[in-house]
Design a protein around this ligand. Structure first.
Ligand code: FAD
Ligand code: MLT
Ligand code: ZN
Length: 479
């Protein structure tokens, strides 16, 4: 990839940023810039020598206005937990870190509407909402580090999407700054407001390529009075599907999460992170595991429903073993086994991660197909886990270190396979830097053409997160 037609940062530019932000919110020391240049799984590395930490929308606006005039490329960064290389510079783009914009602005308890700055940590918002009987409509393993603006910009899915839907529905409004510094105030707080174009959607899931999100308004559901979790062990993927079908029918409106993991996925938490499997009656464990969560308003009623569902599944020989709990500590431990997979697998070495949507008929087959294709002794594991209830599987292929020939065995094969199965090459992590080449496998040419039109309209100089989502125009023309 070639560096785009951008200026390099000069001492005059640094002086401008210093006068705007002061020395504490301007980082130019190469060692301090390092963590902003590398992604969470250490798979991409940029070479930025300048990180800016604005504290207000006005500062973001002044930065972008200046960068647009000077043709300096920027990359917005929130918690830097993204998994597709979207939040890191590719060359020397200026990093705009949103961490200092972390104020909660308003909580409307009755309407269940929270307004906050984009740099609030997801877990802090969750803790704040608990005090007023509300909750965030999304939850992810990265909640302690990811920021709400980063989640909105990737349209993050996570563990509760099955129940509460995605952020296109839950984000009521946004404030965003365009490439030229203009502020778009779309801070709608109403549930219904059908007045023309719904501009917030441009910023949800556009991964920082159309504007920088500075504030968000979130529709927050009531905190459930009763939460139960069933952790199940199963012998085959066919039985996983049967259990999901039964769970939907038996648990109905209280079903709030339905996740699956195969044996090699849970092994990551058990062997790499030293966690304990609560299901102990089968000496060799199980081929598959499921987490089925209910959230409702009546403890006894929900408990009875979940117990009767598990009993039915046991009696019909669908599940091998299971445990139920409503104790917070136990619930957190079990969720930890699932949520910490992405952290634990990094201890294997280098990890190829694929975040795909597939119809249930081919949902797990992709893992088997890859195991068949890559019979290579260097491979540590090929595993599958994820958000079964949303048709989204995460496939991980780990090896001690990066090997080009293994990468060539995997890509573009896996994306072509997903495309042939009518799936999506990105269910929830986005396109970022890593998947731009494959965008056409999940989007039609007319959609991609309109994406380029929008990009040109919103960011004519292409300064916002270049090389991400869309291939740079010059490269596109050459290929
Ligand atoms: P970053 O990684 O900093 O940024 C992500 C993208 O958004 C980048 O392209 C960046 O340029 C852009 N961006 C960031 N902030 C802004 C802004 N204010 N305005 C405009 N653009 C911006 N994802 C899921 O969907 N579901 C999961 O269950 C899930 N679990 C995860 C678990 C772990 C342990 C980890 C490490 C990641 C997980 N992810 C998951 C990946 C997910 O994309 C992120 O966790 C989250 O959405 C990114 O938030 P962030 O604050 O870290 O954003
Ligand atoms: C998850 O569901 O755990 C995530 O999306 C993160 C990952 O795939 O690593
Ligand atoms: Zn996920």
């Amino acid at each position: 990839m070639q560096r785009g037609p951008y200026n390099t940062i000069s001492t005059t530019d640094i002086r401008f940023f210093d006068s705007l932000l002061g020395p504490n919110r301007l980082i130019t020391d190469p060692d301090e810039c390092e963590s902003y240049n590398i992604d969470f799984p250490s798979t991409v590395r940029g070479a930025s020598r300048c990180v800016l930490k604005p504290k207000s929308t006005e500062e973001v606006s002044a930065i972008l206005k200046y960068c647009n005039t000077r043709r300096l490329a920027v990359v917005p960064q929130s918690g830097n937990t993204g998994l597709v290389g979207g939040s890191n510079p590719v060359f020397d783009e200026i990093v705009i870190s949103m961490k200092s914009m972390n104020k909660i602005l308003d909580t409307n308890e009755l309407a269940g509407v929270l307004t906050c700055e984009a740099g609030c940590v997801l877990e802090n918002l969750e803790n704040h909402l608990t005090t007023v009987g509300l909750m965030m409509p999304l939850d992810l393993g990265a909640k302690g580090s990811c920021l709400i603006g980063g989640c909105v910009s990737t349209n993050a899915g996570g563990l509760r999407l099955l129940r509460y839907g995605n952020l296109h529905g839950n984000i009521l409004g946004v404030e965003a700054v365009k490439a030229n510094g203009d502020v778009v105030d779309a801070l709608n707080t109403l549930k219904k407001n059908n007045t023309g174009y719904h501009l917030k959607h441009l910023f949800i899931g556009s991964e920082g390529t159309l504007g920088i999100v500075t504030k968000v308004v979130i529709q927050c559901p009531p905190l459930p009075k009763a939460v139960h979790l069933a952790f199940l062990g199963l012998a085959s993927f066919d039985k996983v599907l049967k259990t999901y079908h039964l769970a939907k029918r038996e648990l109905g409106e209280i079903l709030s999460s339905c996740e699956m993991m195969d044996r090699l996925s849970i092994d990551v938490s058990i062997n790499n992170l030293d966690m304990k499997n609560p299901l102990t009656s089968y000496e060799n464990g199980h081929e598959f595991y499921m987490l089925i969560e209910t959230s409702g308003s009546h403890l006894a009623h929900d408990e009875e429903k979940l117990s009767s569902f598990v009993e039915k599944a046991m009696n019909n020989d669908i599940i091998e073993d299971g445990t139920l709990t409503n104790e917070t500590a136990k619930i957190n431990n079990i969720w930890g086994l699932r949520e910490r997979i992405s952290e634990g697998v990094l201890r294997d070495g280098y990890v190829f991660k694929y975040d795909i949507s597939l119809p249930f008929t081919s949902f797990y087959k992709v893992v088997e197909v890859l195991r068949d294709r890559l019979r290579d002794p260097r491979i540590i594991r090929i595993s599958g886990y994820g958000h079964l209830g949303d048709g989204n599987i995460h496939v991980q292929v780990s090896i001690p270190e990066y090997y080009v020939d293994v990468a060539a065995q995997l890509e573009p094969f896996i994306f072509e396979y997903v495309s042939q199965c009518q799936g999506s090459i990105s269910a929830e992590h986005g396109i970022g830097f890593k998947k731009t080449k494959y965008l056409h496998m999940s989007k039609t040419s007319s959609e991609i053409a309109m994406m380029y039109d929008l990009k040109k309209l919103m960011d004519p100089n292409g300064i916002l997160n270049p090389y991400k989502v869309l291939m740079p125009v010059t490269t596109e023309l050459q290929s």
